[in-house]
Design a protein around this ligand. Structure first.
Ligand code: G
Ligand code: G
Ligand code: MN
Ligand code: NA
Length: 250
């Protein structure tokens, strides 16, 4: 079982690493961004996926430090990529509510020299549940810095269309559960159609997650979904593989 002290030690020993998964523009097939996904290189247990340690990091508050590491790494890595390739970073609700958030983002951008417009922050609907004044203030502060804000895992949890009215999101990420059933379930198809249509009407980019085959990509293209991400293109890989992922045609 993982303990708080294991996480602390791992932070100290630099055992965390940021992996990257490409996001492609559906119409042009071009790689337009990478999502940063945290991994733990445990000396004995091997590579540990975030589902196995993020909950503990959130309970112990270590997610703030861990999140700062991801922000700094992602901005520093993205600063070495072509100018038209963005980076997306996941924010835990606890990190989002931390009083350090704006300073962390500002510092990561300044230290890396990355243009703020190339940074996307992914938040989940749980951040918006309380829909508090403070949440909206933070979102508007980030927006004022030119950072872009995505609504992650859209369609799961307590989805509410009112979130889209409370803040002008730049991007909606359609949860992979809808994409995986695209070819087999008509209701999933209908939901994808509705969300891409909503994005078009509201001027919000839509990204389909978990795209695993050409049939799914073709359906998404037909529905006018803006971007796609998934194993069809690549699984998340280390920063040293980004150049290769940018070169590789489909
Ligand atoms: O890569 P995957 O197993 O890679 O990620 C699983 C989950 O962990 C996803 O929900 C993803 O959003 C979350 N996750 C991955 N990296 C980070 C991170 O750096 N910060 C936070 N808060 N969540 C992350
Ligand atoms: O919640 P979030 O969207 O941030 O998490 C991304 C998660 O989805 C990561 O765990 C990542 O490894 C995983 N993922 C990315 N592409 C695919 C895919 O095509 N299929 C499946 N099953 N998982 C994927
Ligand atoms: Mn995400
Ligand atoms: Na997601």
């Amino acid at each position: 079982r993982l303990l708080e002290m294991d996480l602390r030690a791992a932070l100290q020993r630099n055992e965390f690493e940021v992996y990257y998964q490409p996001i492609r523009d559906v119409a042009s097939d071009r790689v337009v961004a990478f999502e940063a996904l945290l991994r733990w290189n445990h000396p004995h247990r091997g590579l540990i996926a975030p589902i196995n340690f993020i909950p503990l990091a959130e309970e112990t508050g270590l997610i703030v430090q861990l999140g700062e590491f991801v922000l700094r790494s992602a901005c520093a890595d993205a600063a070495t990529w072509p100018d038209d390739v963005d980076v997306a970073v996941n924010l835990s609700p606890i990190q989002f509510k931390s009083p350090n958030l704006i300073a962390s983002v500002t510092d990561a951008l300044a230290a890396s020299g990355l243009a703020a417009r190339r940074l996307e922050l992914e938040i989940t609907e749980s951040v918006l549940l309380q829909n508090s004044e403070a949440t909206l203030t933070t979102l508007h502060e980030l927006r004022a810095m030119s950072v872009r804000i995505s609504l992650d895992d859209f369609g799961t949890g307590y989805s509410s269309l009112s979130y889209l009215r409370s803040f002008p999101f730049d991007k909606i990420k359609i949860d992979r559960s809808f994409v995986s059933e695209l070819a087999t379930r008509e209701d999933s198809m209908a939901i994808i159609r509705a969300v891409t249509g909503l994005g078009r009407s509201l001027g919000i980019v839509t990204t389909a997650e978990g795209v695993e085959n050409d049939a799914q990509l073709e359906l998404l293209r037909r529905e006018g979904c803006t971007q796609a991400q998934g194993y069809l293109f690549s699984k998340p890989r280390p920063a040293s593989d980004v150049a290769m992922m940018l070169e590789r045609p489909r």
